[in-house]
Ligand binder design. Structure first.
Ligand SMILES: C[S@@+](CC[C@H](N)C(=O)[O-])C[C@H]1O[C@@H](n2cnc3c(N)ncnc32)[C@H](O)[C@@H]1O
Length: 270
């Protein structure tokens, strides 16, 4: 399903030069996960053949996928017109529009309604943050991180995409924020010891691998701490039966688009 976060015509195919290894692996192994697989493979073959520097980068950055890159290019038509190349590039950019918009965090904050229209009070009503040590998993451009930092003692923002980490670091320097630390980390491999945080929060991150992801959130949370899933505002937000089945409490409100929004929390018992 298209998210509508980018107009591919606004981006160069060189945006792929800013992808992280884990993103390249996901894209190449599951290239058709949002698209017709054969159409995606054909388009990627055409676009990579026309952009050998991007093909080189994908192979160097993610050596385990070098064979996939070679195969896509080997199967591509031997010659393509400029309009066919442009069409293939735009198709591929749109197919990973989330990865692409993460390369331009300023545009992400403007284009993504879940960030732009969100009210930080929605986080504050979920959990008491004053004086707490908080982790934001998959922090993105820092929607939850910077809201929590207004009340918490410390906020750790873990984010696996370098462009987004740098965006948060720039904001910290520019605004003189002293209680936020930014670092790398996947939700399934968080770089913290057991029982570190009073609150472990995320938004639009958990859901690809429920059991392993939630186990890792629980591991780094202190006994009696809180797990929080606080989504941003977007029209048509759907509730999460998976979290309800796992005993999370649902807190709903009417969002800025007039539709019902759903956040979740669970106290950690160890
Ligand atoms: C839709 S954005 C949401 C950003 C932020 N949490 C918010 O709600 O504003 C998803 C974020 O999850 C990050 N992400 C993607 N895969 C991840 C993973 N396996 N572990 C941790 N974070 C991940 C992305 O880099 C991105 O910053």
């Amino acid at each position: 399903m298209a998210l509508g976060w980018i107009d591919p015509q606004d981006y160069s195919f060189n945006a792929f030069l800013l992808l992280e290894r884990f993103q390249i692996r996901l894209m190449l192994n599951e290239g058709g996960w949002r698209n017709d697989k054969s159409e995606w493979c054909r388009s990627m073959g055409v676009a990579l053949t026309a952009n050998p520097a991007v093909a080189w980068y994908l192979k160097q950055r993610c050596p385990e996928c070098a064979g996939l890159v070679d195969a896509l290019m080997a199967d591509a038509p031997t010659s393509s017109s400029q309009s066919e190349i442009t069409e293939a590039e735009e198709y591929c950019l749109a197919s990973v529009e989330d990865f692409v918009i993460y390369t331009t965090p300023e545009r992400m904050e403007q284009q993504c309604e879940f960030i732009r229209e969100w009210n930080p009070e929605r986080l504050f009503e979920l959990v008491y943050l004053v004086g707490k040590t908080v982790l934001d998993v998959g922090a993105g451009s820092g929607r939850l991180t910077f809201a929590a930092a207004k009340l918490a003692a410390w906020v750790y923002a873990s984010e696996p995409v370098g462009t987004l980490r740098e965006f948060m670091l720039d904001k910290i320097a520019k605004e003189g924020i002293t209680n936020v630390k930014v670092l790398d980390g996947l939700v399934t491999a968080l770089p913290f010891p057991d029982n570190t945080f009073d609150v472990v929060m995320s938004g639009h991150v958990v859901g690809d691998d429920w059991d392993n992801e939630i186990a890792e959130l629980v591991r780094v949370c202190k006994p009696d701490g809180w797990l929080i899933d606080c989504r941003g505002d977007s029209p048509g937000d759907a509730p999460s039966p998976e979290l309800l089945e796992r005993g999370w409490e649902e807190i709903s409100y009417t969002g800025s688009f007039g539709s019902l929004m759903h956040n979740y929390r669970k106290r950690v018992v160890k």
